[in-house]
Structure formats: structure tokens, C-alpha cells
Design a protein around this ligand. Structure first.
Ligand code: DGL
Length: 262
């Protein structure tokens, strides 16, 4: 099966890294919309336009059999329209609010994402459906997207930005931080240094790949050394140069390391 994973940028590689290892016999296409990243600080109509273009490429040109929108922001504003337009299975990503709340019935949950996701109707509905005790706080961290695109993961600038953003919260009262943007997974080691040990990470990566398998009738295997083949595209252009492919590999290597950070 030809499975496309789509993100505004390199965040979706954290989902791909997992998907290729648990579905090693499939064929993957990864699309990073490098011309338009970041999405999270742009207007909703602009993001909808970018997503339409990406889907046209992935489904009409690349003949993808299924598409994973490995981007919470694009899911928030464009997945419903894509599902109306195309018949292939489309798997979206939403901040894993329910999973985080289930871990502890009394302590708070900090949901982090891009401004579009944080202010979106979809997240409001998700929170009101599951947060009966008013335990959820929402925090937009748009600069993490820029830092990740620059491969700046643990500089003093990143730490200062996070310190400043997290300082209004009494983090001892929190059981979990939800990484509601795929770019944020690259910062798990840095966040681990800043957060109390009692705050756990919750992201939707594994759940999304399980949902992909369920919707396509595929069976996942225990992640091993074998990984599925993947072709990489940026905004519709194949990524081929040695330097560009090395950049992708360095993100994939970091994504695999971050999966181990708990
Ligand atoms: N990685 C994306 C997400 O999961 C969006 C990042 C951006 O382009 O702002 O929301």
C-alpha cells in the first residue's frame, strides 16, 4: 500500500519514523510543505489552500492509497473538507487530550500546540467533551516550529523561550504535557530538563499509526530494524540532493531518539 504522510514541515517525520518501523512492508511518501511552513501562525484560509494543493499532489499525482495528516494544525482546519473531496482513508491528528486526562483523574493537563490549533473550534469541542473537571490549560508555542525547522533543539534561546512560556504554570500540579504539534516531539529531551519528573509526555504519534493500520486493514509489527521505503517531497518537488536527504536523515535519527524520552 502507498501511504502518504503530510505535514507543513519536518514535524511529521516523527510520525513517519514510527510508522516505517511498525509497517515495514508498505511504501511511504512524505510531503513537507517547506514553501509554506509554518502553518500555525498563518490565516485559516491560507492553510486550507496549502492543504488542498498538497492533497491534489498526493492523491491525484502520486496516487496515494491513504493519507496521514501528520499535522495537528492542518487537521484542525482542513481535514473535514479533504474527507468530503477524497475517498481514500484520511487519518488526522488531534492533541491527545483524552489520553492525557485518563492518566490521572485529579491533576492538571497542559495542552501545547500552534496558535491555529489552540484557537480552533475542533480543540474547544474536544476539551469540552472530556474535561469535566476543568483540568486542561491551553498553551500556544509557535516558536518551537521555527526552532525545529532550523534544527535548533536545545540552545539557550530555546530553553529561555520555554522557561518564559511555562513560568505562569505551577507545574507540580500537572500530570501531563500534551505535545499537540508534531514539531514539538523534537524537544522532549529539552523539556525533560525543564519539567518536574512528575509531568509525563503525551503525544498522538503511536495512536495515529494504530488508527492508520485500523483504517487500512494493515497489521502492525513490533518495531525492529527493518524500515519501510519512503520517497520525500517538499511542496511537490522530490527531495534528491545528498545534503537535503542528509537533513531529513538527521531529523529521523533525532525523532527515533526522542521516542525513547519519557
Ligand atoms: N507540525 C504541525 C502541527 O502538528 C504544524 C507546525 C506549523 O507549521 O505551524 O500542528
Amino acid at each position: 500500500m502507498r501511504i502518504a504522510l503530510f505535514d507543513s514541515g519536518i514535524g511529521g517525520l516523527t510520525v513517519l519514523s514510527h510508522a516505517r518501523r511498525v509497517l515495514p512492508s508498505e511504501e511511504f511518501i512524505f510531503f513537507a510543505d517547506r514553501d509554506h511552513v509554518p502553518y500555525g501562525t498563518k490565516s485559516v484560509p491560507a492553510v486550507r489552500g496549502y492543504v488542498r494543493e498538497a492533497f491534489r499532489f498526493l492523491i491525484e499525482k502520486q496516487r496515494a492509497d491513504a493519507v496521514v495528516v501528520a499535522c495537528n494544525t492542518a487537521t484542525s482546519v482542513a481535514v473535514d473538507e479533504m474527507r468530503r473531496l477524497y475517498e481514500v482513508p484520511i487519518i488526522g491528528m488531534e492533541p491527545a487530550v483524552k489520553m492525557a486526562l485518563e492518566q490521572d483523574a485529579d491533576r492538571r493537563v497542559l495542552v501545547t500546540a500552534t496558535p491555529i490549533t489552540i484557537n480552533g473550534e475542533k480543540l474547544r469541542r474536544l476539551v469540552s467533551a472530556h474535561d469535566a473537571k476543568n483540568l486542561v490549560d491551553l498553551l500556544a508555542l509557535p516558536r518551537l516550529v521555527e526552532f525545529a525547522e532550523r534544527r535548533e533543539f536545545s540552545s539557550p534561546r530555546v530553553e529561555a523561550y520555554l522557561w518564559d512560556a511555562l513560568s505562569p504554570y505551577d507545574l507540580r500540579k500537572y500530570s501531563a504535557i500534551v505535545l499537540g504539534c508534531t514539531h514539538f516531539n523534537y524537544f522532549k529531551d529539552t523539556l525533560r530538563r525543564l519539567l518536574p519528573k512528575t509531568v509525563g509526555f503525551v503525544d498522538g504519534n503511536e495512536g495515529t499509526v494504530e488508527e492508520l493500520a485500523r483504517r487500512t486493514g494493515l497489521t502492525t509489527v513490533v518495531a525492529g530494524v527493518q524500515t519501510a521505503p519512503c520517497s520525500f517531497f517538499e511542496s511537490g518537488r522530490p527531495i534528491m540532493g545528498t545534503e537535503s536527504l542528509a537533513r531529513i536523515e538527521s531529523y529521523l535519527a533525532r525523532a527515533a531518539r526522542m521516542e525513547e524520552v519519557v
